[in-house]
Design a protein around this ligand. Structure first.
Ligand SMILES: Nc1nc2c(c(=O)[nH]1)N[C@H]1C(S)=C(S)[C@@H](COP(=O)(O)OP(=O)(O)OC[C@H]3O[C@@H](n4cnc5c(=O)[nH]c(N)nc54)[C@H](O)[C@@H]3O)O[C@H]1N2
Ligand SMILES: Nc1nc2c(c(=O)[nH]1)N[C@H]1C(S)=C(S)[C@@H](COP(=O)(O)OP(=O)(O)OC[C@H]3O[C@@H](n4cnc5c(=O)[nH]c(N)nc54)[C@H](O)[C@@H]3O)O[C@H]1N2
Ligand SMILES: [Mo]
Length: 707
C-alpha cells in the first residue's frame, strides 16, 4: 500500500477523508498487527495454526460450561463491531450460538441515554433523530466535538466545514462545552458550562420558551403527549435559578432560548458529553424536548429521522409498546438492566466476586475495556482471574494480554466493506459496497471465526464445526428479521456477509423488495457503482418511525420525570473544586490507533489540561508530571496549562495507558499516556440508563515529585 486518498468521485464523501482513513496503509502494514492466532502459556505467547487455536478454545471453554453452566460465560463487544464488514453482522453469533444471554458493550459508556430516551419518546432505541446540518440556520452543539470526531450518531462528510457554511449562509453556531474545543473556536458563541449541568440549562431554556410564548409544535401539533407536564416540570427552573450552578449567566441562557424561538430553522444536537455524565438521560431527553417544543422534528433544518438505503436490523426488530427496564438485575450490585444491558462498570465485580453465577469465562470482540471501561484498574485485575478468556482482536494490547487465545481478524484492506450503521444517521440515502484490496489467502474472515467460536461455546467439538451449514442457518435467521424467507428467495452471493447485505439493500425503502419495487436496488446493482449510489435525501415520515404505545410522541415518560428529583437534590450541593472530563483528537480513535506512526507524530496528545487559575492554586507548572487522584484510583500525567478548559475542570483523554508489560504495541508504548478510566468510579452513573458518567469525576491534582 503506497498511498490512500479520498475518492473525489464518491457521491457522498466527494473525496473528504479523515487522517485515520489516510493511515489505513500503515495500519495494514503494522508489524505488530496480528496475522496468526496466539495461544498463551503463562506469560509466553505462541503463534499457532487456526485448528490448534480453536482446539485450545474448546479445551478452555468446555470445562467452564460443564462445571458452572453457560451463565458463567459472557462476552464484551467493543466499538469496531459497529463498522466492521463481518463483525457488524456476525459478532452476535458468538453469544447466540453459544447460548450466552447476558453480554456487555461499549454502549453503556456511550449513547445508552439516547437509546433509552428515543425508546421512550419514539418507541425505538435506534430511532434517533439527527440534525439537518445542511439546512439549519441555528445549530446548537452540546457535548459534541465534531472537530475531533467528525460527528457521532450523525454521519456527514466534512462536518467541520459545514459549520463554516452554516455561518456563511447567515446562520449561527452555538457550542455548549466545558472546553473551548476546535468546534467552539469555529462557532459564533461558546457557553463554557460546568460539566453535568446541561439538564438544568435546558430546563431553563424550556422555561423561557414557555414563559415567552415561544413554544410552537407546528406540524407536530396533535402528535405529542405530555407537553403540559413537561412545561410544568420546567417551571421552577428559571435562568436565574440555574445560572450559578451551570456556570452560564442567566442572560446568556435567556438569549439562547430566544434565539431558538426566533430562528427559522433551529436545531439542538447533543452527543457524548451529554450522555456520559451524571444526568445523561435528562440532558439527552431535554435535547429532544426542545426540538419537539419548537416543532423541529421532521422539519427541514431540524431533527430528522433518516430513511437509509440499507435496512438496519434494529428497525425491523422494533416492538410497539412501553419500555420496561429492570427485567433482570446484576448478581453483585443488583443493577437493573436497561434495554437488555447492565452498566459496563459492573463487569469487574461480576468476575472477581465469588459465588453462584460468577463470571469465569469471557470472550472479547474488538474491545479494549482495560482502557475504555470505567473503574479500569479493577477490571484489569479481574481479567487476570478468569478461567478462560478468548479475544477476537488484531492486537496484543492492554486487554488481550489477559486472554488465553487471541483470534485475529483481517485488516480492513483484506475484506470488502459495506457499512450499515452510519447510514441510519446520514442525511442522504447512499448505498456503497467496496471490494477488498488484498487477498487474505487462507486466513479466515471474522464471520467464520465468530460462527466457529460460537459453536464451540455452544458445546461442539472444534473439529466438528461445519461453518457453512451454520452460516446458512445464520443467514436464514437474519433474513427473517428483515421479513424475508431466505430459503424461498434466490441468492448467488455465497456464504458470508454479502447475502445478508443483499437482503438489507433489497428490503430498504430503496430496495427492489424482491420484485415488489421494480427498479429498486440490490447488492448487484450497488456493486455496479464503485463511487456509490446517491438515492436522494434520507428522511422518514413520523408515522413510519413512531412505535410508542399511543402512536404519538410520548414526551413526559414517568421514568424520566422522576429523575428530576435526583437533579434537584444534586443542585442543592456545591460543586467539587475540581472535576475531570475527557477529550478526543482527530488523529486518534479511542484506544487502538496509537500504534500507527503517522497518527501519533507531533505533540503529545495525552496531557492533562489544567486552567491557569487552578494551576496556580495547586502549584502546577506546564510540562510537569502531576498525580491525579479520584475516589477510584490515581494516575500520573503530564500537565498542560491551558485556558481552553474552564476553571475547575481538567481534561484527560481516554484510550491511553499503553506500554504495560505483556503488550505488543511498540509505537504506542513509546508514548504511553495515562489510563483516564482508572479514575472513573464504578458507581459514577447516569441512574435511569446505567450509562457511565466518565465526565465530571471529582479529582485532586498535585505536583508529582516521585520520578
Ligand atoms: N473516559 C472515557 N472512556 C470512554 C469514552 C470516553 O469518552 N471517555 N468513550 C467510550 C466510547 S464512546 C467508546 S465507543 C468506547 C470504546 O472502547 P472499546 O469499545 O473497548 O473499543 P476501543 O478502545 O476502540 O478498542 C477497540 C479494540 O478493537 C480492536 N480492533 C480494531 N479493529 C478491529 C477489527 O477489525 N477486528 C477486531 N476483531 N478487532 C479490532 C483493537 O485492537 C482494540 O482492542 O470507549 C468508551 N470509553
Ligand atoms: N478522531 C476520532 N473520532 C472519533 C472517535 C475518536 O476517538 N477519535 N471516537 C468515535 C466514537 S466511539 C464516538 S462515540 C464519537 C464521539 O463523538 P463526540 O460526541 O463528538 O465526542 P467528543 O469529541 O468526545 O466530544 C464530546 C465533548 O463533550 C464535552 N463534554 C464533556 N462533559 C460535558 C458536559 O457535562 N456537558 C457538555 N455540554 N459537554 C461536555 C467534551 O469537552 C467534548 O468536547 O466520536 C467518534 N469519532
Ligand atoms: Mo463511541
Amino acid at each position: 500500500m503506497v498511498r490512500v486518498r479520498g475518492d473525489r468521485d464518491d457521491v457522498w464523501s466527494r473525496g473528504y477523508l479523515c487522517p485515520k482513513g489516510a493511515a489505513l496503509g500503515q495500519l495494514h502494514h503494522d508489524p505488530d498487527r496480528l496475522r496468526a492466532p496466539l495461544v498463551r502459556d503463562g506469560s509466553d505467547w505462541r503463534e499457532v495454526s487456526w485448528p490448534e487455536a480453536f482446539q485450545r478454545c474448546e479445551e478452555l471453554l468446555h470445562p467452564v460450561v460443564a462445571e458452572h453452566g453457560i451463565e458463567a460465560v459472557t462476552a464484551y463487544m467493543g466499538n469496531p463491531n459497529v463498522h466492521s464488514y463481518s463483525l457488524s453482522r456476525y459478532s452476535g453469533a458468538v453469544p447466540a450460538l453459544g447460548g450466552v444471554t447476558r453480554i456487555w458493550s461499549a454502549g453503556t459508556v456511550d449513547q445508552w441515554p439516547k437509546n433509552l430516551v428515543c425508546a421512550q419518546l419514539y418507541g425505538g432505541a435506534w430511532s434517533i433523530p439527527i440534525p439537518d446540518v445542511a439546512n439549519t440556520d441555528l445549530f446548537v452543539v452540546m457535548g459534541a466535538n465534531p472537530h475531533a470526531s467528525n460527528g457521532s450518531i450523525l454521519a456527514y462528510p466534512d462536518l467541520v466545514g459545514e459549520l463554516d457554511r452554516i455561518r456563511a449562509r447567515g446562520g449561527r453556531v452555538v457550542v455548549v462545552d466545558p472546553r473551548r474545543t476546535g468546534t467552539a473556536e469555529r462557532a459564533d458563541e461558546w457557553l463554557p458550562i460546568v460539566p453535568g449541568t446541561d439538564a438544568a440549562l435546558l430546563l431553563a431554556v424550556v422555561h423561557v420558551l414557555d414563559a415567552e410564548g415561544l413554544v410552537d409544535l407546528g406540524p407536530l401539533a396533535g402528535r405529542v403527549r405530555g407537553v403540559d407536564e413537561v412545561l410544568e416540570a420546567a417551571r421552577p427552573y428559571s435562568p436565574d435559578s440555574v445560572a450559578g450552578w451551570c456556570g452560564v449567566s442567566a442572560e446568556r441562557i435567556t438569549a439562547l432560548a430566544r434565539q431558538l424561538g426566533a430562528a427559522e430553522r433551529p436545531v439542538v444536537y447533543g452527543r457524548i458529553g451529554l450522555c456520559t455524565q451524571e444526568f445523561g438521560t435528562l440532558a439527552s431527553w431535554l435535547v429532544e424536548v426542545v426540538n419537539v417544543l419548537l416543532g423541529r422534528l421532521g422539519a427541514v433544518g431540524g431533527a430528522l429521522f433518516p430513511r437509509p438505503a440499507i435496512a438496519p436490523i434494529s428497525s425491523t426488530a422494533r416492538r410497539r409498546g412501553p419500555v420496561r427496564t429492570g427485567r433482570w438485575r446484576t448478581r453483585v450490585r443488583g443493577a437493573p438492566e436497561v434495554l437488555g444491558q447492565a452498566p459496563l462498570s459492573c463487569l469487574a465485580e461480576e468476575i472477581d466476586t465469588p459465588g453462584d453465577g460468577q463470571v469465569r469465562a469471557l470472550v472479547t470482540i474488538a474491545g479494549n475495556p482495560v482502557l475504555s471501561a470505567p473503574d479500569a484498574g479493577r477490571l484489569d485485575a479481574a481479567l487476570a482471574q478468569l478461567d478462560a478468556m478468548i479475544s477476537i482482536d488484531n492486537y496484543l494490547n492492554e486487554t488481550t494480554r489477559h486472554a488465553h487465545v487471541i483470534l485475529p481478524g483481517l485488516s480492513p484492506l483484506e475484506q470488502p466493506h459495506c457499512d450499515e450503521a452510519i447510514w441510519s444517521f446520514a442525511l442522504r440515502a447512499v448505498a456503497r459496497w467496496s471490494p477488498a484490496v488484498f487477498d487474505p489467502g487462507e486466513r479466515p474472515h471474522e464471520w467464520e471465526i465468530c460462527l466457529r467460536l460460537g459453536a464451540i461455546l455452544g458445546g461442539m467439538p472444534a473439529d466438528a464445526v461445519d461453518v457453512e451449514a451454520l452460516d446458512d442457518e445464520w443467514y436464514l435467521a437474519r433474513a427473517a428479521r428483515h421479513g424475508v424467507d431466505g430459503a424461498a428467495v434466490e441468492s448467488h452471493h455465497g456464504n458470508g456477509p454479502d447475502r445478508i447485505v443483499d437482503v438489507a439493500f433489497r428490503t430498504s425503502a430503496f430496495g427492489d423488495g424482491y420484485g415488489a419495487r421494480p427498479g429498486g436496488i440490490t447488492l448487484d446493482e450497488v456493486r455496479r457503482h464503485p463511487h456509490g449510489l446517491d438515492l436522494g435525501p434520507s428522511s422518514a415520515d413520523l408515522d413510519d418511525v413512531l412505535r410508542t404505545a399511543s402512536g404519538d410522541i410520548e414526551l413526559a415518560h414517568p421514568d424520566i420525570l422522576v429523575d428530576l428529583d435526583r437533579l434537584r437534590a444534586r443542585m442543592a450541593e456545591p460543586h467539587p473544586p475540581l472535576v475531570l472530563i475527557g477529550r478526543r483528537h482527530v488523529r486518534s480513535n479511542n484506544s487502538w490507533m496509537h500504534n500507527v506512526p503517522a497518527l501519533v507524530r507531533g505533540r503529545d496528545r495525552s496531557t492533562l489540561l489544567v486552567h491557569p487559575t487552578d494551576a496556580a492554586t495547586h502549584g502546577i507548572v506546564d510540562g510537569a508530571r502531576v498525580r491525579v487522584t479520584s475516589a477510584a484510583g490515581s494516575v500520573v500525567a503530564v500537565a498542560e496549562i491551558s485556558d481552553e478548559v474552564r476553571p475547575g475542570v481538567v481534561s484527560l483523554p481516554h484510550g491511553f495507558g499503553h506500554g504495560v508489560p505483556g503488550t505488543r504495541t511498540r509505537v504506542a508504548a513509546e508514548r504511553p499516556g495515562a489510563n483516564a478510566n482508572v479514575l472513573v468510579p464504578a458507581g459514577a452513573l447516569d441512574v435511569p440508563s446505567g450509562n457511565a458518567s466518565v465526565n465530571g469525576v471529582p479529582v485532586e491534582v498535585r505536583p508529582c515529585h516521585v520520578p
